[in-house]
Ligand binder design. Sequence first.
Ligand code: NI
Length: 253
Amino acid sequence: MIDTHAHIVCKELYERKEEVIAQAKEAGVSKILIICTSIQEAKLAIALAKEDTMFDVAVGFHPCDLLDVQADDWLMLEEFLQEKEVVALGEIGLDYHWQTVEKDIQKEGFIRQIQLANKVQKPILIHMREATQDTMAILKEYAQYGGIIHCFSGSVETAKEAIALGMYISVGGPLTFKNARGLPEVVAQLPITSLFIETDCPYLTPHPHRGKQNEPKYLPYTLARLCEIKQMSEEDVKVQMRKNYEKLFSSLS
Ligand code: NI
């Protein structure tokens, strides 16, 4: 099982990382793509990935954090992107839910980071919240090396449009929620060759552990729900997702 979006270097999870990692392995998680939202987190994640090949790393500035990013941070980001452990740039995107950062500043930061990813020919990991139209327009114009839209909650049409641009769709804990609204129906209509699962830990813990802090060890709940929706065996889904992952990151190595 691959967890394509895990913030295991966030403070809460990193301080008990031995336990978090051991329990993830025990639960059958064989690969974790660690998402770093700061330079400090990136250093911790790259160190973990150099020790254990179960980890890949993504570094990028989240749209809600852009006001705190300094000129030096941009230079560090470019340096990190040269590391072979850093397989993608993210999470980046647009978040119009909180609007703590002006839309224009978000767009500029998003585009600038896609251009950095293009320069090193690496995929991007997208955060898209209540900003479908602008996000899709920017992806269409700038994205060149594919990527993953994480914690997808949009329509079938948006998902298919993204897939046509070389994007994959990743779903997390919300797929298991009783009030998942249209998400199961959306996922049912998407090809398994374009899907991933994730925890987005420490957030969005799957049912029946909702309310607890999330960790990669809870990924099997999301996998089980996906298998139910797609009427596929866990083995087949895991094999396909491994192929998807290899394909997306195949230009690297
Ligand atoms: Ni995230």
